[in-house]
Ligand binder design. Structure first.
Ligand code: TXA
Ligand code: MG
Length: 333
């Protein structure tokens, strides 16, 4: 693969066999999952994995999630420290796989240090998406796939949005339409005394407590950067390319209603005020599931407004909004 080179523009393809062939040859192919698009490559091959870090300009301390099609394929990537952890793994898998849950635990020797950014732990998930599962089966090896966006930018929930930040840097995007959740997987470290949620996401805290009552959440927005954390969470993330992005209370939103700033607001707020120029206003749903589904696409659309300022309306403080609050805070960091 020494002569590896990439075209000026990345191709949009529909053929799963073609996508699998490109990945097997060491290429970079973005593909849809039920959460967001992932940027896939051979996850146990260091040359391929390095290309992912380069294409995304991803900091080398931020590890990648390995995606597999079956539970057996997942198990061989781990080195479970004790029976208690095995029990936890089986429980989570029964409840949530295939699905938007990423499990972190001690890695087996199959997994290169580059994939885990030097950590002794690896992150693995089985996505719940027919095209992704077919692709993983055809590749036949673990596929490393971070979200398919340039580092620091919002995750992409459509093939079009993938190309907004990665065109020419990847070989192809396998277009399978928009993603169901629009929010990344929940990341849980099962290796310690008690399980810890490292990143909130598409599986709610409530649902996880149903499976593991003693699960805790790593402090939201915490800047902890050690090997037990999810290092990718510390830096500025999910940020649209707009000079000033900040959270605003509903009162502040009302105050700025007639100024030419871009706004991301909820339906109920829109209805309480007078109509507003559509070009600079994105209106999202009142409930967190539908809100998440549209969030990243709306952030990318807002980049086209030429506005120097984006006000993002704060969302409710209850737990069902936790993952969204986390993403909004990081978009404004
Ligand atoms: O839904 C998702 O998880 C998507 C789809 C494509 O699967 N992927 C995704 O990947 O969001 P990425 O790279 O954007 O985010 C992965 C998160 C980061 O916060 C990273 O730090 C954490 O998972 N992570 C990965 N490997 C880890 C490890 N070994 N230990 C702790 N955290 C890890
Ligand atoms: Mg990401």
């Amino acid at each position: 693969m020494g002569s590896y080179s990439r075209a000026m523009h990345s191709r949009t393809i529909k053929n799963i066999e073609h996508a699998a062939k490109l990945i097997r040859e060491g290429g970079l192919v973005a593909f849809a999952t039920e959460t967001v698009y992932g940027l896939g490559t051979l996850g146990l091959d260091t040359t391929s994995v390095q290309r992912i870090f380069d294409a995304k300009e991803r900091p080398s301390h931020n590890p990648l999630i390995l995606h597999v099609a079956t539970i057996d394929d997942a198990k061989i990537l781990f080195n479970f420290p004790n029976d208690e952890v095995v029990k936890r793994f089986n429980l989570l898998v029964n409840y949530f796989w295939p699905g938007p849950l990423t499990i972190v635990c001690e890695k087996s020797s199959l997994v290169p240090d580059l994939t885990t950014a030097g950590s002794s732990k690896v992150a693995v998930r089985i996505p719940n998406h027919a095209v992704a599962l077919k692709l993983l089966t055809l590749v036949g090896k673990p596929v490393a796939a971070p979200s398919a966006n340039a580092s620091g930018r919002p995750s992409a929930t459509s093939a079009e949005d993938v190309l907004k930040t990665l065109d020419g840097k990847i070989d192809a995007v396998l277009d399978a339409g928009p993603c169901l959740h629009g929010l990344e997987s929940t990341v849980v470290d099962i290796s310690g005394e008690t399980p810890i949620i490292l990143r909130t996401g598409a599986i709610t805290v409530e649902a996880l407590r149903g499976a593991l009552p003693d699960i805790s959440i790593r402090e939201i927005g915490s800047a902890c950067l050690d090997s037990i954390g999810s290092p990718g969470l510390s830096a500025k993330h999910y940020a649209p390319q707009i000079a000033h992005v900040r959270l605003a209370s509903s009162a502040e939103i009302a105050e700025h209603w007639n100024s030419p700033v871009a706004m991301l607001i909820r339906q109920e707020t829109y209805e309480q005020n007078a109509p507003r120029s559509e070009g600079i206003t994105e209106i999202l749903a009142n409930n967190p599931v539908s809100y998440a589904h549209e969030l990243y696409a709306a952030l990318y659309r807002l980049e086209n407004t030429n506005s120097q300022t984006l006000l993002i309306e704060e969302v409710p403080s209850d737990e069902s909004w936790l993952a969204i609050r986390d993403r909004l805070m990081r978009a404004c960091a």
